[in-house]
Design a protein around this ligand. Structure first.
Ligand code: NOJ
Length: 758
C-alpha cells in the first residue's frame, strides 16, 4: 500500500484546530521487517535530497528564540524531528504542516526528555536503581510512556545509562549508579517500560540509550570534561548497560558530548559504527546530543561546520540535535563528492523505519482529548508511591528508633527541603512541568492527622554558582534572615517529641551542569543538624538528594538516617509510610557513599594492585583520613533482620562455557515481614588480566515473613564469568579459580570457591 494513502487514511481529523478521535481504534498490525523496509524505500524514492537531509535534522522547538522558526522549516521538509516543545496543540499544528504541506508529507517525530515521569513523577533513576527491582523501573517507565504519549511525545531521551563512579558528577542522579551488572538490568527494564513489547506498541514511546559512551567518567567529575577510558574499562564497565539496551530492542541511541580518549563521542566511529552497529547489530538511529555536531569544532576536532557535518555523519550520527550543522552543510558535501547520496540515505532509512513502526504515517496526530483522562489515572499515583517506597534506603537505625509510633503528639519537621515540591520531585522533570509533589511535611501531616506537626525550614540553601537552568529570580536570604530562620528551626525542634530533619540538595544541585567538588550537606544544614541534635531529642534524618552525600557526622551522631533520594510525586507519603512503619524499607545503595568528595571516584569493584601483606602502611589510602566507604555499595537496613547461610556451588569445577548454579538460604530472623536483596559477587583469582576484587553477578530482592526461609538461586555462565581482556584483545572466559560471596551488601563474607576448567 502506498504510504501517502496511509497518511490520509488516519482516523483522526482536524476539527476547528483541535484533534479529536473519531472512534476508539484497534492497534494497527505490527509490520514485519520486510514490510517496514519496503515502506521506507517507497518513501525514500520520492524524496528530494533536501528532504532527506531534513529528516536528519532535529529542530529546537522552544528554548532558543533565535533558532529557525519550526513551521517554515517543516513546510519545506527541512526537519525530521522537533524537541524542547511540550504542547499538544502545537504538536498537532506542526504535524499538520508536515503531513499536508511538506513535499513528501512525512510526519514528524516529537522528542522530549521524559526521564522519571511526565506528569506523575517517579523517583529519580538513581533512586529507582536503589530498589534493586527492575520491575519498579519498568512499571515507572510504562506509566511515563503512557502519559508522554497522551501528551503527543513519541520519543523520550532516556534511559540514561552512564555508569557513574564519581558522585561529584551531577548527572549521577540520572543513571543507575556505579555497577555494570545492576546498570544493565535497569537499562533493559527501562527500555521495556518505555517501548512496551515492540516498537509502536500503543501507549508507548521510542526510548533513547544515552549518552554513548563514557560520559560518566569525566575528569574530576566535572560535567563536559573529557573521559579517558582504556578499552578494558569501556567494555567491562561502561558498555554493558548500553549493550543490554540494544538487546532489549532500544530504538535510538544518543552520542555523548565529551571527548572519549581524545575523540569526541559524537564523531567517534569506533563507538557508533564498529561497536554499536558492527558488533552489537543495532538497527535503530543515532541522534547527537544537543549541539554536539557543531561542538566538534569547539573540541578542536573538526576544522569548521562543514568538516563537523562530515565527521559526525561518517562516524554514525544520523540525526543532528539542534545544531543545524547537517542542514547547513550536508548538501554541499554531496555536491562536491565528499559524501555520496547513499551516505545520506543510509542515515535516513532507520529514521523513517522508526516512524513507520511507530505508526506515525497512519496516525500522525495526538488525540488532545485523551490527556486529562490518562494523567488522572489513579494507578499512576499508586505506582509512583510503590516505586518511592521501594527505592528508599535505611542507612542507620540505632536502638531501633524507627519506626516511630503513630501516637506521637508533637513532631517537628525541620529543613529547607522539608516542604519543597521541587526537591521532592527532583532533578530533570519535564520541560514546562509545575512540581506538585507530596512533601515530607505534607506526608507526615497526612499520616498523623491528630498530632501537632510543626515545620521550620531553617536557612535556605542554594548553589554558589546558579544553575544555567535556574528559573527562580528570588533574591537570596540576607544573613540576618538566615540567622532568624536558624533560631526558629532550633526553637521549633525544642518543642517536639521527635524531630524529622529533611536535608540534602535542591533539585538543581544535581543533574546536568551540576557537578560539585564537595559532597557535604550544602549551606548551613550540617550546623543546623548539630544544633538540633544537641537538644537531646530523638532525631531522624531524611535525605533528599540526587547524589550520595558525605554525611560522616550524621553517621556517627544521628540515630536514624533514611536515604529518600528525590522520590517523586508521592515522596512525602512514602517517607511517612516508612518512618511510621507502614512500609518496611528494603532498598540498597547502587553507589558507594564516600566520606568526602576528594575520595572520589570510589567504587567497590576495584583491582587490588599492591599486596596487603606489605602491611597497613602500604595500602591504598590517603594519610589524612580513611578512604573506606562511609556506606558500601549494596548496603541498606530493614526493620527486621536476615541471616544468609548455606552457600552452595553445585559443582566444585565447571567447564568453560557451561553454567554453574549457586544457592544460599535466606531467613527472616526478626519479628516483622521485610525485603532482603540477596547479592552475589565473584572474583577471578588469576588470569591474563587482573580482575576486580569483587564484581556483582547476581541479585534478587525477596520478601520474607518473620521466621520464613527461602533458597535463592543464581546461575553463573560465560556471560558472568567471562570478561574483555587487555592481553587477549577480546572477550574471553578463562579456566581459572574463582571466589564467590553471597550476602546483603558488597562486604558480604559468606564465601565459597569453585574453578572453571577446560
Ligand atoms: C542535553 C543533555 O545532555 C541530554 O541528556 C538531553 O537529552 C538533551 N540535552 C536534550 O534535552
Amino acid at each position: 500500500m502506498d504510504v501517502m494513502r496511509w497518511a490520509v487514511a488516519g482516523v483522526f481529523g482536524l476539527v476547528a484546530g483541535t484533534i479529536v478521535s473519531a472512534t476508539a481504534q484497534a492497534a494497527p498490525p505490527v509490520p514485519s521487517d520486510a514490510e517496514v523496509a519496503a515502506r521506507v524505500e517507497a518513501v525514500l524514492g520520492r524524496m528530494s535530497i533536501e528532504e532527506k537531509i531534513g529528516q536528519l535534522t532535529q529542530l529546537a522547538g522552544g528554548l532558543f528564540p533565535d533558532a529557525p522558526k519550526p513551521a517554515d522549516v517543516i513546510r519545506k521538509g527541512g526537519a525530521g524531528s522537533v524537541l524542547w516543545l511540550n504542547d499538544r496543540k502545537e504538536f498537532n499544528a506542526l504535524q499538520k504542516i508536515a503531513v499536508e504541506e511538506s513535499p513528501s508529507k512525512i510526519p514528524l517525530l516529537f522528542g522530549l526528555d521524559v526521564i522519571h515521569g511526565y506528569r506523575t513523577i517517579f523517583p529519580v533513576p538513581l533512586a529507582m536503581a536503589s530498589s534493586w527491582d527492575p520491575a519498579v523501573a519498568e512499571r515507572a517507565q510504562t506509566v511515563a510512556a503512557k502519559e508522554a504519549r497522551a501528551a503527543g511525545i513519541l520519543w523520550t531521551f532516556g534511559p540514561m545509562l552512564d555508569i557513574a563512579r564519581d558522585a561529584r558528577w551531577g548527572r549521577i542522579v540520572e543513571g543507575a549508579g556505579e555497577d555494570p551488572f545492576l546498570g544493565a538490568a535497569m537499562a533493559a527494564a527501562q527500555v521495556r517500560g518505555f517501548q512496551g513489547p515492540y516498537l509502536g506498541a500503543p501507549d508507548h514511546v521510542v526510548a533513547c540509550a544515552k549518552h554513548f559512551a563514557g560520559y560518566g567518567a569525566a575528569d574530576g567529575g566535572r560535567d563536559y570534561d573529557p573521559s579517558y577510558l582504556p578499552e578494558t574499562r569501556l567494555r567491562n564497565v561502561y558498555f554493558p548497560p548500553f549493550q543490554a539496551a540494544v538487546k532489549a530492542g532500544v530504538g535510538t541511541f544518543m552520542s555523548a558530548y565529551m571527548d572519549l580518549n581524545d575523540v569526541p563521542a559524537s564523531g567517534n566511529r569506533f563507538l557508533l559504527h564498529d561497536v554499536l552497529r558492527g558488533e552489537w547489530g543495532f538497527q535503530g538511529f543515532v541522534v547527537s546530543d544537543a549541539f554536539a555536531v557543531r561542538s566538534l569544532v569547539t573540541q578542536g576536532f573538526a576544522r569548521d561546520g562543514r568538516d563537523a557535518a562530515f565527521r559526525a555523519l561518517h562516524a554514525g550520527v544520523d540525526m543532528d540535535m539542534a545544531s543545524n550543522t547537517y542542514a547547513d552543510h550536508l548538501a554541499g558535501l554531496v555536491k562536491d563528492g565528499t559524501l555520496q547520496l547513499a551516505d545520506i540515505e543510509a542515515a535516513v532509512r532507520p529514521i523513517l523505519a522508526i516512524k513507520v513502526r511507530m505508526g506515525l504515517f497512519e496516525q500522525p496526530y495526538t488525540d488532545e482529548s485523551k490527556f486529562a483522562q490518562v494523567v488522572a489515572l489513579p494507578e499512576h499515583r499508586k505506582e509512583a508511591l510503590l516505586a518511592a517506597q521501594r527505592s528508599m534506603v535505611l542507612l542507620r537505625n540505632e536502638r531501633r528508633l524507627l519506626p516511630l509510633a503513630k501516637t506521637l503528639g508533637k513532631v517537628a519537621v525541620i529543613g529547607p527541603l522539608a516542604d519543597s515540591q521541587e526537591a521532592t520531585e527532583g532533578s530533570w522533570i519535564v520541560f514546562d512541568h509545575t512540581p506538585a509533589a507530596v512533601t515530607v511535611v505534607a506526608g507526615i501531616r497526612a499520616k498523623l492527622p491528630g498530632a501537632k506537626i510543626e515545620y521550620a525550614p531553617g536557612p535556605e540553601i542554594q548553589r554558589d554558582i546558579a544553575s544555567p537552568f535556574a528559573q527562580s529570580t528570588k533574591p537570596a536570604q540576607t544573613p540576618e534572615q538566615a540567622k532568624a530562620a536558624f533560631r526558629k528551626a532550633v526553637a521549633t525542634a525544642r518543642n517536639a517529641d521527635v524531630v524529622v530533619m529533611a536535608l540534602g540538595e535542591t533539585a538543581d544541585m544535581a543533574g546536568e551542569a551540576a557537578s560539585r567538588a564537595s559532597l557535604d550537606l550544602p549551606g548551613r544544614q550540617e550546623e543546623l543538624l548539630e544544633a538540633v541534635a544537641a537538644l537531646g531529642k530523638p532525631v531522624v534524618l531524611v535525605l533528599l538528594n540526587g547524589r550520595p552525600l558525605s554525611i560522616g557526622w550524621a553517621a556517627e551522631h544521628v540515630p536514624a538516617i533514611l536515604e529518600a533520594w528525590e522520590p517523586g510525586s508521592e515522596g512525602g507519603h512514602a517517607i511517612a509510610d516508612i518512618l511510621f512503619g507502614d512500609v518496611n524499607p528494603g532498598g540498597k545503595l547502587p553507589v558507594t557513599i564516600a566520606r568526602k568528595g576528594a575520595n572520589e571516584p570510589l567504587y567497590y569493584a576495584r583491582n587490588l594492585t599492591h599486596s596487603p601483606e606489605s602491611g597497613e602502611r602500604y595500602t591504598s589510602r590517603y594519610w589524612d583520613g580513611p578512604t573506606t566507604p562511609l556506606y558500601p555499595f549494596g548496603f541498606g537496613l530493614s526493620y527486621t533482620t536476615f541471616s544468609i547461610a548455606n552457600l552452595k556451588v553445585a559443582a566444585p569445577q565447571v567447564k568453560v562455557g557451561s553454567p554453574v548454579a549457586v544457592t544460599a538460604e535466606v531467613t527472616n530472623t526478626g519479628s516483622v515481614a521485610g525485603d532482603e536483596v540477596v547479592q552475589l559477587y565473584i572474583h577471578q583469582k588469576a588470569g591474563s588480566d587482573s580482575r576486580p576484587m569483587r564484581e556483582l553477578k547476581g541479585f534478587e530482592r525477596i520478601t520474607l515473613k518473620p521466621g520464613e526461609k527461602k533458597t535463592v538461586a543464581f546461575t553463573l555462565g560465560p556471560d558472568e564469568l567471562g570478561y574483555w581482556s587487555t592481553q587477549a584483545g577480546k572477550r574471553i572466559q578463562e579456566a581459572e579459580a574463582f571466589d564467590v560471596w553471597v550476602g546483603a551488601d558488597s562486604f558480604a563474607t559468606l564465601h565459597a570457591d569453585f574453578a572453571v576448567a577446560r
